[in-house]
Design a protein. Structure first.
Length: 232
């Protein structure tokens, strides 16, 4: 299974995007500065927007889903249970996964932003998708929910998962790293080898790499272990 992009491009007023590379099975992290084009690429990968040029090959990918940064979720029904059923999921399983047992009859509009996002992500993560793109999945969630998403993503290893995130403190184990720079997609490579070639790592990763050459990955466990080695 793979998704290959060959000179895929799109142009807007002052912005242009160019992307080539192959996303194989596993968990990918796509990073980059604000406005560099990460969300646009996520929308192209899930065919929400059409590129102007280039070729995309979806090999073995029959189902895909995109969790957008904006809007974070669409409400299509009235109650929590109805919304879960619209995803064709088991309400009890979703409510338990989202930590919202007993809230099935609640009006969706009475849920907090974080609760709505938990429902949306639980419906998504309990499905089986060949391609799953999550744009800023940790935004607006507390620490407990961020760890919960990571543990679910760690279990979903059969397909291609692409995480677009600025929040690198609660990530699952990441296999492959990509960076978007002013609309150009760069493949950094497999982790951990690629960590040293990351041009613009977040400050925490830069600090850990400087003080702990043994940083072995980007999962929150890897970060904690590296921090403990430095402290020890
Ligand atoms: N619907 C749109 N119409 C016109 N321009 C857009 C649209 N969406 C995004 N842009 C522009 O395209 C460029 C890339 O935006 P995009 O949202 O893909 O970046 P990003 O890396 O995801 O940023 P962020 O980290 O802030 O989410 C930006 O210059 C943005 O202003």
């Amino acid at each position: 299974m793979h998704l290959t992009l060959e000179k895929v491009s799109i142009r807007r007023d002052n912005f242009s995007l160019l992307a080539s590379g192959t996303f194989y099975q596993g968990v990918h992290l796509l990073t980059g500065k604000v406005g560099s084009g990460k969300s646009t690429l996520g929308e192209i990968l899930c065919r929400v927007i059409e590129p102007a040029d280039g070729r995309m090959t979806y090999d073995g990918i029959r189902t895909s889903v995109l969790s957008m940064q904006f809007p974070e979720y669409h409400i299509t029904t009235t109650t929590v249970v109805e919304e879960i059923l619209s995803w064709k999921r088991d309400p009890d399983q979703v409510l338990e996964t989202a930590g919202l047992q007993g809230r099935g009859c609640d009006d969706l509009l009475t849920l907090s932003r974080g609760e709505l996002k938990r429902i949306h992500l639980a419906c998504m993560l309990l499905g089986k998708y060949d391609l799953m793109v999550l744009d800023e999945p940790f935004a607006g969630l507390d620490e407990e929910a961020r760890y919960w998403i990571s543990s679910h993503l760690s279990q979903n290893r059969d397909g291609i998962t692409i995480i677009i995130s600025h929040d690198i403190t609660t990530l699952p184990s990441i296999n492959h790293l990509w960076e978007m720079q002013e609309g150009i997609l760069s493949e950094i490579g497999n982790i951990p080898g690629a960590l040293r070639h990351w041009k613009n790592p977040p400050p925490l990763i830069r600090f850990l790499l400087k003080n702990d050459p043994e940083l072995s990955g980007l999962s929150w466990q890897d970060l904690v272990e590296a921090a403990c080695r430095i402290r020890g």
